[in-house]
Ligand binder design. Structure first.
Ligand code: G4P
Length: 526
């Protein structure tokens, strides 16, 4: 197969949802359809048990298991599908944000009864920012949920994206009869079954009298009027609008009952994008270029304190990666070859000889060789634009609790923040280090790992902050003035950029009012 064909047939995406909406179940059913697994239940080990949500050691153990399922590759109808897993626990949302930089599209799972939930809203913001194409799967139609039209409105308003149903349900809950697949012009009749594919009936003409025979007079009439309404309210599906991230097609189904999943997958391979060009600081990289290039978007540490080994996950941006071939680690400025790159097929992790743009490979790293955002190339000096940092939600001063271990603590903090466990800010006024996280668990992870991997002890001190804002301005004088006035609240991030630490929403608003020529960004990618 030519390089171009190999790359064009790749579809790399992530499934995101608020916990419990059905992400794990949907992932598993997609793998079943792809023939990558043969029994339901196989992906469950990937899931963080609800009973253990406050016990991060348990979570880490399960995350350890989930290395193998971090990427799930499988073949489907001549496509090579790569599903990137995202952590279910919201305290690891930052991991998810970074994973989203490595995908070409996203499927969002929404619970039909709960509608759009907090985590979904946040993740959608990241997709919107990056113009990532999204497909929405409304799950759990076998249960009573919100009215589908209300749900569509809610999706549009809450996720701030135009929607277009490509399937539509006939009732829900106990009376759920199936969905009409608008994309394929087929009626899919629902039969609750966790293992098998349900019956499909072709209906190119929805007014076909056969419809009444199959779903009953009342439901047939309702479906016809619903579809009429859809066609009246929504524009015809426009693939380009979807590809530009402006329009989200919506499917309805029940992942648990295997219903609507095959339709989703069939439509997905038809409309979802192959690997896209990616911007480096120097130029735009086309995936079809001969030369290899890629970047590290995730580092997974082994929780075994006896050998501090990591896997660095590389998104291949262009060309072909080969085992034992020399590639340039741009930040370190040296050539390196990798004898044991791993690829991920279904749930197996195996050494591979080659991988192509769109694929994700894992590189074992025992010595802190990689940082999040590092670029590897065939030789060209390229720097993929830094992965975005988002303003953390929680902040604490980190203090040394064992003066004999200062060096170890410094090293530990540097390496763990390079790995992306949390963000580090250094206060420019007093030089104190501030750790920013999305959730409490990250503080516990850092403390534990500092002690067990670096032999260092830390202590946390409270600091009340609202947001970290990356600041920039064309007006140097105003920027200087601002920095002088707010000296106590200025910090430097890991890349040396200025960050304003606002202690309340009010203070931030005042700053925005008083300094009109300064831009305050909630993420580092602007
Ligand atoms: P998540 O990864 O998004 O957190 O969700 P997950 O797939 O684990 O699903 C959360 C719960 O919702 C699970 O039940 C799962 O069985 C159920 N579920 C998923 N899809 C459907 C669906 O289409 N219909 C219905 N009725 N339920 C669905 P659980 O009881 O929490 O877990 P388990 O004991 O089944 O593993």
């Amino acid at each position: 197969m030519s390089l171009e064909t190999e790359i064009q047939r790749r579809r790399t995406f992530a499934i995101i949802s608020h916990p419990d909406a059905g992400k794990t179940t949907l992932t598993e059913k997609l793998l079943l359809f792809g023939g990558a697994i043969h029994v339901a239940g196989a992906v469950k080990s990937n899931k963080i048990r609800k009973t253990a949500t406050s016990d991060w050691m348990e979570i880490e153990k399960q995350r350890g298991i989930s290395v193998a399922t971090s990427v799930m590759g499988f073949e489907y109808k001549n496509f090579k599908i790569n599903i990137l897993d995202t952590p279910g626990h919201q305290d690891f949302a930052e991991d998810t944000y970074r994973t989203l930089t490595a995908v070409d599209s996203v499927i969002i799972v929404v619970d039909a009864a709960k509608g759009v939930e907090m985590q979904t809203r946040k993740l959608m913001e990241v997709c919107r920012m990056r113009k990532t194409p999204v497909i929405i799967f409304v799950n759990k139609m076998d249960r009573e949920g919100k009215d589908p039209f209300d749900l569509l409105d809610e999706l549009e308003q809450e996720l701030k994206i135009a929607v277009r149903p490509l399937s539509f349900p006939i009732n829900m809950g106990a009376k759920f009869k199936g969905v009409y697949n608008i994309f394929e012009k087929k009626l899919d009749l629902y039969m609750p079954d966790k293992q098998h594919i349900t019956e499909k009936i072709e209906f190119s003409d929805i007014n076909n009298p056969e419809l009444e025979k199959v779903v009953g007079e009342q439901d047939a009439a309702k479906l016809c009027s619903d579809l009429e309404l859809i066609n009246g309210v929504y524009n015809p599906f426009d693939n380009n609008e979807y590809l530009s991230g402006n329009l989200a097609p919506v499917f309805f189904g029940s992942a648990l009952n295997n219903f609507g999943v095959n339709e989703l997958l069939d439509c997905f391979v038809k409309i979802a994008p192959p690997p896209k060009p990616i911007a480096a600081q120097e130029r735009k990289i086309n995936p079809l270029e001969e030369n290899f290039s890629g970047f590290i978007f995730k580092i997974h540490a082994n929780m075994d304190p006896n050998h501090r080994s990591c896997i660095a996950f590389v998104k291949i941006c262009s060309g072909k990666f080969e085992r034992n071939v020399n590639y340039k680690h741009i930040r370190l400025g040296r050539m390196m070859k990798f004898s044991a790159p791993t690829a991920f097929m279904a749930q197996k992790k195996e050494t591979v000889d080659e991988a192509f743009a769109g694929d994700i490979i894992g590189l074992p790293d025992n010595g802190g060789t990689f940082k999040i955002g590092d670029t590897l190339t065939s030789g060209e000096e390229l720097h993929f634009k830094g992965l975005p940092s988002f303003s953390p939600e929680m902040f604490k001063y980190i203090e040394n609790a064992d003066p004999m271990k200062t060096k170890q603590l410094e090293k530990g903090i540097a390496q763990l923040t390079d790995e992306g466990v949390a963000q580090l800010f250094v206060n420019q006024y007093n030089n104190r280090k501030i750790i920013g996280t999305v959730g409490q668990l990250q503080f516990e992870v850092i403390q534990y790992r500092l002690e067990h991997e670096y032999g260092a002890l830390c202590r946390w001190e409270a600091i009340s902050l609202y947001k970290a804002c990356w600041i920039e301005s064309d007006n140097a004088e105003e920027l200087d003035n601002f920095k002088r006035r707010k000296a106590q609240y200025l910090a430097t991030d890991k890349d040396g950029r200025d960050v304003f630490l606002a202690d309340s929403q009010y203070v931030l608003q005042m700053a925005q009012n008083d300094f009109k020529n300064i831009k305050f960004h909630f993420n580092s990618e602007f």
